[in-house]
Design a protein around this ligand. Structure first.
Ligand code: GLU
Ligand code: MG
Length: 443
């Protein structure tokens, strides 16, 4: 706490943003004046409980315990302190929402992930993860997002056209300790991908929030607009945030077993099987918006079918081939995008995997073809299921998933379903242009 206050003074910070992600997937927060930072870290900033019942349209949903009465505190985690390279005078910390007496609040999403991490630790493992973010870079013209380029996938011209932006972005991410691993202009017009290095689960979710903020803020400073909406432009490639993950024990990757099928351990297969078993409900958390399901379709490389395969980019779970001598076996969940709350998404993913470990589940045979090319009877024989085709379907699957529902707990699950069902109802009445506009504006 003292160290953070001192850094704030040294780095000329006057406001420190306490940030959290809500059930609509929106990043919100309040900022504390740096002068009394130590006190504020201790007490948090007072906040209404109702904000976790707010939708992405700022429509408050009736949820018992999240009305006009009652208070939480936005309490920052000092380990996450970063000065913001794109906002002079400002810093940020990721925050929990706690009860006024400082105890965990059962409506807090970051607390849910911490609980999942603790349950996984009780099994003897730690999760390393990274969200692989794609986004669309463009300019806002009224209600239109005009992509910065029409360049081809991975094309050298794409590098030229986004260069000034990307160089600033990479510097801003690195300064915050998010180590950029790669960069490429991708398939859709204006589409960029900037993955950062994996980290332990809580840090990975925090990093994704910081990355989302940085991508957008650096764009705004250059007169541009960046969007993580899964389908900002209906006729262009979608933006995923594939989730890469592996379990570690004693400092080494417990998914590696050179004698296992495709080099993955039995533990890895059990975890994978748990993820597949819960996937229809889990996608309500990892693909959290109405717009998510415009992306999550066959032949979009988004993983619209519940199945797995080694380097199969149409399967929901791709077993990534190892890179480098030490091995880097990891699972890649493709039905995942940046409109989900990253704490709920990662927490739900962990609970699904733990269930696979506890019940020694088997993921079945790998799929070595594009699932869209199979007939429906072949899909049935191979237990390949089409994942939910809409947010409403995904929410029904989540509600029917007793393991995920009980892990979320009554307050969180009730609020999440209420918020998301209100969004589904809101957009059901509207056309694609309206839906895409609201998603690229907000995500
Ligand atoms: N853009 C694709 C998606 O929506 C992913 C393409 C890729 O494999 O990088 O998930
Ligand atoms: Mg990509």
């Amino acid at each position: 706490m003292t160290e953070v206050s001192q850094r704030a003074r040294e780095e000329n910070v006057s406001l420190v943003r306490f940030l959290y992600a809500d059930h609509g997937g929106i990043i919100r927060g309040k900022a504390a004046a740096a002068a009394r930072l130590a006190e504020r870290i201790e007490s948090g900033i007072g906040h209404t409980r109702a904000m976790m019942a707010m939708s992405m349209m700022d429509e408050l949903q009736p949820v018992e315990g999240m009305g006009p009465i009652g208070e939480v505190r936005i309490k920052p985690d000092p380990n996450t302190f970063v000065t913001l390279p794109y906002a002079f005078g400002a810093a940020a910390m990721l925050a929990d929402q706690v009860n006024p007496d400082g105890t965990p609040w059962d409506g807090c999403a970051r607390t849910f992930l911490k609980q999942a991490i603790a349950d996984l630790a009780a099994e003897g493992y730690e999760l390393q993860a990274s969200f692989e973010p794609e986004f669309t870079l463009g300019r806002r013209e009224g209600a239109e997002l005009i992509p910065v380029d029409e360049s081809l996938c991975y094309s050298a011209t794409g590098f030229h056209l986004a260069h000034d932006y990307i160089i600033d972005l990479v510097a801003a991410l690195n300064k915050q300790g998010l180590e950029v691993e790669h960069y490429y202009p991708e398939l859709g017009h204006g589409q960029q991908e900037v993955p950062v290095r994996h980290a332990t689960a809580l840090r990975a979710a925090d990093n994704h929030v910081l990355l989302r903020e940085t991508v957008r803020a650096v764009a705004i400073r250059q007169g541009l607009w960046a969007s993580f909406a899964p389908k900002p432009l209906p006729d262009q490639a979608g933006n995923g945030a594939h989730l890469h993950a592996s379990l570690w024990a004693g400092g080494s990757n417990a998914f590696i077993d050179p004698s296992g099928q495709f080099g993955m351990s039995r533990l890895g297969y059990r975890f994978l099987a748990g993820v597949l078993a819960h996937l229809p409900g889990l996608v309500a958390l990892t693909c959290g918006s109405v717009n998510s399901y415009r992306r999550l379709a066959p032949s979009m490389w988004a993983g619209a079918f519940g199945c797995w395969g080694p380097d199969n980019r149409e399967a929901a779970v791709r077993l990534c081939s190892p890179i480098g001598a030490a091995g880097s076996v990891n699972l890649e969940l493709k039905p995942s995008d940046s409109t989900g709350n990253p704490y709920l998404a990662l927490g739900g993913f962990i609970y699904a995997g733990i269930d696979g470990i506890r019940r020694s589940l088997d993921p079945g045979e790998p799929l070595l073809v594009d699932p869209a090319t199979l007939s429906s009877s072949e899909r049935t024989r191979l237990s390949v299921v089409r994942l939910p085709a809409s947010l409403s379907e995904a929410l029904d699957a989540l509600e029917a998933d007793s393991l995920l529902m009980s892990a979320l707990g009554p307050l969180r699950s009730t609020a999440y379903l209420a918020v998301k069902r209100s969004e589904a109802a809101h957009f059901a009445e509207k056309d694609a242009a309206y839906e895409c506009f609201h998603h690229w504006m907000k995500f």
